[in-house]
Write a protein that binds this ligand. Structure first.
Ligand SMILES: *Cc1c(COP(=O)(O)O)cnc(C)c1O
Length: 232
């Protein structure tokens, strides 16, 4: 398993470098997150052994089971919808919640972080595909309406934006989705009051190269590193 993951990682790194190069960017401007949902703890340990330290999970409970007490230098982000009744656990386990999709979710997380005396990073998620099954704010207007309130919460630090691209083979739709997030990101940064607003999380195994070409600073990869889920 170590060999297989090391090979996949080398392949992914080469593809990140090539995509960054096409966009005139340094590969070092793109962070690689390993998404371990659906894979057992042994896969996380192997990923750490080959040099990965940033991980993502979709569900609080699965993440708790897999990561609690796990030794090593790892950082874990939540990338799936946060139910408010899971905010307490989430505030203990994750260093960042990438999937803030409502002001209420942010407020729930804020009060749990305040209890712990901890500041947490968050990204705000935009549904750029229009697919009803996807999470995130439904429009950039909705997101902007909530952003001021979220950014003012004292125990949350808004670091940027996140999206999940559309499920389609049509690269133009995928590119348009990522370009929309990038445009919103640039608009918010252009307003000036956003020091530390610097993460653009977009791109998964099937579309990360397009995402990098469109400006992603963080890509979230599961199957490209570990193979199909459920068969690991
Ligand atoms: C599962 C998941 C990923 C990784 O997907 P792969 O296609 O396996 O790379 C990335 N982001 C989110 C939000 C996910 O749910």
């Amino acid at each position: 398993m170590v060999r297989a993951i090391a090979d996949s990682l080398a392949d992914v790194r080469a593809r990140i470098e090539a995509a960054a190069g096409r966009a005139g960017r340094a590969a070092s401007s793109v962070s690689l997150m390993a998404v371990t949902k659906g894979f057992p703890r042994e896969v996380v340990e192997t990923a750490m052994a080959v040099g990965i330290s940033l991980f993502g999970e979709n569900r609080v409970q699965e993440a708790e089971e897999k990561y609690t007490g796990l030794p090593g230098n790892w950082t874990l982000h939540l990338i799936g919808h946060l139910q408010r009744n899971k905010a307490r656990s989430a505030s203990g386990l994750f260093s960042c919640v990438q999937s803030i999709d409502a002001a209420e979710t942010a407020r729930a997380l804020e009060s749990r972080c305040a209890e712990r005396g901890k500041t947490m990073e968050v990204l705000v998620e935009l549904n750029t595909s229009g697919e009803a099954s996807k999470a995130g704010f439904r429009s950039r207007e909705n997101l902007l309406d909530a952003l001021g309130e979220i950014a003012a919460l004292p125990h949350l630090r808004v670091r940027g934006l996140m999206t999940v691209g559309p499920l389609t083979e049509d690269e133009r739709d995928v590119r348009a989705s990522f370009a929309a997030l990038r445009s919103l990101f640039d608009d918010i940064r252009g307003r000036g009051s956003t020091a530390g607003f610097d993460i653009l999380s977009m791109g998964m195994s099937g579309d990360f190269e397009v995402a990098i070409e469109e400006g992603a600073t963080l890509v979230r990869l599961g199957t490209a590193l570990f193979g199909q889920r459920g068969r690991a």
